[in-house]
Write a protein that binds this ligand. Structure first.
Ligand code: C2O
Ligand code: CU
Ligand code: CU
Length: 481
């Protein structure tokens, strides 16, 4: 009976994905590049101010949709910071309800983290301040409202957060924002007939997370990007609530991965496809050639063309893609290292970590400051799990046991740290994830071991980055002292 019900849910899910036909993309509008947020230096701190509000945007050309945004109508300005510098923010909540602003991937004390313990109400402001203590990386910021993170992010609240340092200044890579260095925020949405966003955390949307049938880039459907430099760096964020995507170019060209979530790789990594689960980022460099001028060339997510390139006369901006990038300081893992296990289980409203659902007044793990630990994350799925993995037609383009297409995989995220993958299913990580990570996809029946060091004090969260799972309680707390 349960198996039968499960099958029915799968069928409903597949139908619900296709019932309202997605709008046809025509690739006529320019890619919106989020503006850089302007700051003012006051008493040794750079001060940034922005507001959280509702607005209307044309995600689909000619259709006005209600969305939420930081300053603008959807998404937010890109925040650029430098290692070693102090920052202070004044964030005004004009959303009409309480929310919070979390800095995903940033190493900061617990009170500045912007998790569910730092929610602030409509009409108020929040004033976090901190020093940047970590290397150059592409992070992001988004709401972390208890039970409503999924809805708030889906309505448009998300922005890029870029850290620069001396190493990124000196690397011979594209680094001119909006010229040869572009943020690419990919999200999927679902619309009703009048062009409103449909959001749900019920039934199949609770089980597998809110998944859309319309892929948008930087807040619009089907953008086109003029390319006038030979080498282009893309900082890609999978900002979807629940869907995994395999990114590639429509002519299957090679590109070079230069960074994971938390910063540069040691060596650039030649690829044709790269997998991102919700919350993960990657930086890549792509070479464009004169002969691309007459091509229909697209960035793809799975089998969907999501952005078109209009290749123009190309300036040679760098000599080539560097092979070596940075040197890692590898962790010296002590022989008596403390190992913790995190068991991801269930689906829908019954998702748990170590058999528990989130309780804001409970500390799940006590961690010692500056200690290295091993966290072992295991996805044991549900009693029906194996079936689902097979149903979703796994591709072997990824290094995940079910091709990353299993709807029962969970992207596990830990706040305020960058960790290293030691093992995936007993094997060393492949190059694409052999760097600093804060979110790691754990497919059905997989186990991933990471080494992590806690360098900031306070109370933090770990959770599944399928936002509906997070909202349904697939989240725990840890206290660093
Ligand atoms: Cu990106 Cu706790 O989140
Ligand atoms: Cu986070
Ligand atoms: Cu999950």
């Amino acid at each position: 009976m349960k198996k039968f019900l499960f099958l029915i849910f799968n069928i409903i899910f597949l139908i619900s994905c296709s019932k309202s036909l997605p709008p046809t993309p025509n690739f006529s509008r320019d890619l919106p590049v989020p503006p850089l947020l302007n700051g003012t230096l006051i008493d040794g701190e750079i001060n940034y101010e922005f507001e959280i509000k509702k607005g209307k945007s044309e995600i689909i050309e000619g259709v006005k949709t209600e969305t939420y945004g930081y300053n603008g109508n959807i998404l937010g300005p890109t925040i650029k910071v430098r290692k070693g510098q102090n920052y202070r923010f004044k964030i005004h909540n004009n959303l009409g309800e309480k929310t919070s602003v979390h800095w995903h991937g940033l190493r900061i004390p617990g009170e500045m983290d912007g998790g569910p313990n730092q929610m602030f109400i409509d009409g108020n402001y929040w004033e976090p301040h901190y020093k940047i203590e970590q290397p150059a990386a592409t992070l992001w910021y988004h709401p972390h409202t208890w039970h409503k993170t999924g809805e708030h992010a889906y309505m448009g609240l998300a922005g890029m957060y870029i850290i620069e340092d001396e190493i990124s200044d000196n690397l011979p890579i594209p680094k001119e924002y909006g010229v040869d260095d572009f943020p690419i925020i990919v999200q999927d949405k679902r619309f009703d007939r009048s062009g409103n966003l449909i959001y749900s955390n019920e039934h199949t949307d609770a089980m597998y997370g809110m998944r859309g049938n319309t892929l948008i880039v930087n807040g619009i459907l089907a953008p086109i990007l003029d390319i006038s430099k030979k080498y282009i760096r893309f900082r890609i964020l999978n900002g979807s609530n629940a869907s995994n995507y395999l990114y590639s170019f429509s002519d299957n060209r090679d590109f070079y991965q230069i960074a994971t979530d938390g910063g540069f790789l040691e060596k650039s990594n030649k690829l044709k496809k790269i997998f991102l689960s919700p919350g993960e980022r990657v930086e890549i460099i792509v070479e464009f050639k004169e002969q691309d001028k007459n091509k229909n060339l697209y960035l793809r997510a799975d089998d969907n063309n999501i952005m078109k390139f209009n290749v123009m006369n190309l300036d040679k901006n760098i000599d080539g893609i560097p092979n070596t990038l940075v040197n890692f300081q590898e962790y010296d893992i002590p022989s008596n290292v403390n190992t913790r296990e995190f068991i991801l289980q269930g689906m829908g409203h019954m998702v748990t970590i170590n058999g528990k659902q989130m309780n804001m007044n409970r500390v799940d793990e006590y961690v010692n400051l500056n200690e290295i630990e091993i966290w072992e994350i295991r996805n044991i799925g549900t009693m029906h799990g194996g079936m689902m993995g097979r149903m979703m037609n796994p591709s072997n383009d990824t290094d995940f046991s079910n091709g990353g297409k299993s709807l029962n995989g969970h992207p596990f995220h830990v706040h305020a740290v960058q960790f290293r993958v030691l093992e995936r299913n007993g094997r060393e990580p492949k190059a694409f994830e052999d760097g600093w990570k804060d979110t790691i996809f754990v497919d059905l029946e997989e186990v991933v071991k990471v080494a992590v060091k806690f360098e900031d004090k306070g109370l933090f969260m770990y959770h599944c980055h399928i936002l509906e799972h997070e909202d349904n309680g697939m989240m725990g707390t840890f206290l660093v002292e």
